[in-house]
Design a binder for this molecule. Structure first.
Ligand code: SF4
Length: 179
């Protein structure tokens, strides 16, 4: 995919995020950060390829500010803290805030625990429509990009310098050849 096509996908993703944030604008939570501790909730967000591109760009931009000569992207990602026993999201900063708040995946934008307060609920079918639109953007970015992967696994691949879609395509090809 050309850089301009990828940028168009990113713009579509960010426009979708703005819509989602507006839909949930009347919902607030006590910011306990419990939902960012996957060992506690027993679940973690799944991310599409295009969501990971945005995360990588934000992490890369921040890392570049700290390095006079930018290192390769996988080294920048390798700077991320290791996932602890509680399975705290590697994107959580030491003060308990999301360090990539503007780029956080859809799963983070739409997950609320039962301590949330809300004036108007987003109905389940509206949420499904958002997910469907996200998948359309992801497929236009990468034919297998809509197959969400656990966030920590996607980050681990990024740390090792592997692109999710590329890995999946290789796996898909090899499993086809085994049939
Ligand atoms: S990306 Fe941010 S909001 Fe999502 S789980 Fe990680 S720290 Fe929490």
């Amino acid at each position: 995919m050309s850089p301009s096509d990828e940028n168009a996908c990113l713009e579509a993703l960010q426009a979708l995020y703005r819509e989602i944030d507006a839909a949930y604008a009347s919902t607030s939570c006590p910011s306990s950060s419990e939902c960012c501790r996957f060992g506690r909730t027993g679940r973690e967000p799944h991310v599409t390829s295009i969501e990971m591109v945005l995360v990588r760009r934000v992490v890369s931009r921040r890392a570049s500010r700290r390095f006079p000569t930018p290192p390769p992207l996988h080294l920048k990602m390798a700077e991320l803290p290791v996932v602890a026993d509680e399975r705290v999201c590697p994107m959580m900063s030491p003060d308990g805030r999301c360090s990539i708040y503007e780029a956080r995946p859809l799963g983070c934008r739409t997950f609320f625990c039962d301590r949330k307060t809300t004036l108007s609920e987003v109905r389940h079918r509206e949420l499904l429509a958002f997910v469907s639109r996200l998948k359309q953007i992801a497929v236009s970015h990468d034919p297998l990009g809509d197959q969400g992967r656990p966030f920590t696994r996607a980050l681990g691949d990024a740390q090792r310098g592997r692109a999710g879609g590329l890995v999946k395509k290789t796996q898909a090809r090899s499993s086809k050849s085994r049939r």
